[in-house]
Structures are given as structure tokens and as C-alpha cells.
Design a protein around this ligand. Structure first.
Ligand SMILES: Nc1ncnc2c1ncn2[C@@H]1O[C@H](COP(=O)(O)OP(=O)(O)OP(=O)(O)O)[C@@H](O)[C@H]1O
Ligand SMILES: [Mg+2]
Length: 356
């Protein structure tokens, strides 16, 4: 703390005089009680008990007072700080902690709040810089990538290519497609984070949507000889943005297929709860360690740090953001070698939303 704050004295005079006054008052009342008891002819039991009750009442008052002071001067500011820290940890950099006292009475807690606000402001500007850089670079990549893809497509049609040339062209097209996917995901995530895409919720049948997405992966699960099981209701209405929830199912299904070895099982279940529709994607794949589970929603995080598996680690970051914006929830259970289950909850429509 570079700026000296008030309230640092070890011997505040005002507190000394308050205590002195209170103690004199208390002992004065105590002496008065003893003298009065003798004068008013109280019985010996009353004479014994009255000072005990008196001091018990004083102790009770002091306990309440001390507790109250601790609560307002220490506990409540600390709880506010803890809550703000939690929000910053979740990526909310708009947090501001108002100091408790006016500037002329700033104490160490106020100073801590001011330093915290400064830190959050700095973090927020770094985040803005990062996301702007992210989106600028992605945009700049788009046009050269379109040229590479277009030229590779043209080249592919050339009759003079040898088999080896064809393979080279295929790998150029494949790399260009993967780069295009990455850029598309980066831009989408960026827009969701900066809230330039706002969800447009409507009421729709989530069962039909999940089935539609699953069917699109049929080739992939058949190629890996995976057993695909589904246990869904006939229909279930949710209130969410169908364009965004589709991305959720696609990401979860592609992960389940990607991380399950040949001959494994993928199970899709859905049920309707009081306020939610719950969809689970379970796989019998490689599973995850606790450390991986903690980080799967981070951008660019891949459990396999060699990045040998396809993808860029953006899928679940997108899924998480979409669910935050849709008022939904996601939970993960997994054990290494035993598979994983991702459970999504989306809000059911209430009467009014059904009219949207
Ligand atoms: N069903 C799963 N089984 C085991 N590990 C998983 C599963 N789903 C996700 N993971 C782990 O979480 C990491 C992050 O997943 P995420 O979907 O964000 O990225 P990705 O699939 O690697 O790439 P992308 O989604 O960008 O194509 C994965 O790399 C993997 O380590
Ligand atoms: Mg993925």
C-alpha cells in the first residue's frame, strides 16, 4: 500500500475515551446497585443475584455490539470482495467495488477495494485487446484462405495431375478447411463473448433438433463401428435460440465420437423436468482426469496437449458461452478410461414465452 491510509494508529484516543466512559458508567451502576440493595432492604439472594444479572446483561450487550461491529466493518466488505473476485474469475470485468468510506476517511479496506478496481480495469483492457486482436487477425485470415481454397479446388479439377499431386492438393484443401473451421469458431466465440450475437430465443422441439444433429454424424459413428443408442421423448419444447443450441449438440456429439475408441457406445438421453429439459450425451470413451475436467471450458484447451486429436479446443468454450447466454446449464461427469457424460439443461417455455 503506497498511500498512507487513516485508522492505522494502535492507540486511537476516541476508542480509549469510549471504553473509559463505558467502564466508569458500568462500575458506577454496579456500585449504585450494591448500595441501593442495602438501603432498600433487598433479601440476601436478590443482593447476590442482581449484580450477576446486571453483568450478564452488560456482557450480552457487549457481545452483540462487538459482533455487529465485526460484521459491518470486516465481514460484509470481505464477502463483497469474495463475490466480486468470483465474478472476475468467471470473466466479468465490469465489476466495481464502491469504497466504504468517503475519500477523507479512507481505511485499509477502502484502499484494498480501490486497488482491486484498478486491477479489474487493467485485466478488462487486456481482455478487450486480446479479443479485438483475435477478431482482427481472424478477419485478415479469411480472404487469403478463400484464395487458397478456391485455387486448390480448381487445381483438383485439372486432368494433368498425377496421383501424388492429387494427394497434395487434397491435403491443402483439408488444411484450408480446418483453418476455416478454426476461424469461424474463433469469430463466433468472439461475437458471443462481446455479445454482438444476441440469442434470439423461440420455442422449439429439442428432441427433433437433437435427432437431426445425431443423424448428421451417422457416417462418422458407423465408420468407427460405434453403438449409438437414443432414449428420447417424442417431443419436448424448450425456450432457446435453435441456431445456437444446434452448435451445442454438434460439439458434444463430435467430441463423444472423437474420444471414443472403435466398438464403443454413445448414448443420447433426454427427459423433461419441472423447469428444464435435460439432454445427456454419454460415451464409453477415454474419459478425463479431474485436471482436464477443470479446464475443458477454457479457450484452446485440449486434454491431449500434443494436439494429436483433431480440433482446436474451442468447442466446449463455445458450448459454455451459449448456455450462459441461453439461461441453461452444463454438467460433466467423467473418469479416465470409463467414459464421460455431458448433461445439458435448457429452460422450458412458460405460458408467455410460448407466444413468442
Ligand atoms: N467426450 C469426451 N471424452 C473425453 N474427453 C473429452 C470429451 N469431450 C471433451 N473432452 C476433452 O476436452 C477438451 C476440450 O474439448 P473441446 O470440444 O473444447 O475441444 P476439441 O474437441 O479438442 O476441439 P474442437 O471442439 O475445437 O474441435 C478435448 O480436447 C478433450 O481433451
Ligand atoms: Mg470439440
Amino acid at each position: 500500500m503506497n498511500k498512507r491510509t487513516k485508522g492505522e494508529s494502535l492507540f486511537p484516543m476516541w476508542l480509549f475515551f469510549v471504553y473509559l466512559g463505558v467502564l466508569l458508567l458500568m462500575s458506577g451502576i454496579h456500585s449504585g446497585l450494591l448500595l441501593g440493595a442495602a438501603q432498600w432492604g433487598w433479601g440476601s439472594l436478590t443482593q447476590t443475584l442482581s449484580p450477576i444479572f446486571y453483568w450478564a446483561a452488560v456482557a450480552g450487550g457487549l457481545t452483540v455490539f462487538t459482533r455487529y461491529r465485526i460484521r459491518i466493518t470486516y465481514e460484509e466488505p470481505m464477502l463483497r470482495l469474495a463475490d466480486a473476485t468470483r465474478r472476475v474469475a468467471k470473466g466479468d470485468f465490469s465489476v466495481y467495488l464502491a469504497p466504504i468510506h468517503t475519500p477523507d476517511k479512507t481505511d485499509y479496506l477502502d484502499q484494498m477495494f480501490l486497488d482491486f478496481n484498478k486491477m479489474v480495469e487493467e485485466l478488462g483492457s487486456i481482455e478487450t485487446l486480446k479479443t479485438d486482436f483475435f477478431s482482427d487477425v481472424s478477419h485478415e485470415f479469411k480472404s487469403p484462405l478463400a484464395v487458397i481454397s478456391g485455387s486448390a479446388d480448381l487445381l483438383k479439377k485439372s486432368p494433368s495431375l498425377t496421383d501424388r499431386d492429387q494427394k497434395e492438393v487434397d491435403s491443402i484443401r483439408d488444411a484450408a478447411r480446418r483453418l476455416a473451421d478454426l476461424i469461424q469458431n474463433m469469430l463466433k466465440l468472439n461475437k458471443l463473448e462481446k455479445q454482438t450475437i444476441r440469442p434470439a430465443p423461440s420455442v422449439f422441439d429439442v428432441c427433433a433438433q437433437v435427432c437431426g444433429c445425431a443423424v448428421q454424424f451417422e457416417d462418422q459413428w458407423e465408420k468407427k463401428n460405434l453403438d449409438f443408442e437414443a432414449d428420447l421423448e417424442d417431443s419436448a419444447a424448450v425456450f432457446a435460440d435453435p441456431g445456437l443450441t444446434e452448435l451445442v449438440w454438434n460439439n458434444l456429439l463430435s467430441n463423444a465420437i472423437k474420444f471414443t475408441p472403435e466398438g464403443g457406445t454413445i448414448t443420447l438421453t433426454q427427459k423433461t423436468l419441472d423447469n428444464w429439459v435435460e439432454v445427456s450425451v454419454r460415451d464409453s470413451g477415454c474419459g478425463m482426469t479431474d485436471e482436464t475436467i477443470r479446464r475443458i471450458f477454457d479457450k484452446f484447451y485440449q486434454g491431449d496437449t500434443s494436439h494429436a486429436t483433431q480440433g482446436n479446443g474451442l468447442g466446449l468454450a463455445l458450448v459454455k458461452r451459449i448456455l450462459e447466454l441461453s439461461g441453461g446449464e452444463i454438467a460433466v461427469e467423467s473418469q479416465p478410461g470409463k467414459g464421460s457424460v455431458f448433461t445439458i439443461r435448457l429452460p422450458r417455455p412458460d405460458g408467455q414465452e410460448a407466444l413468442v
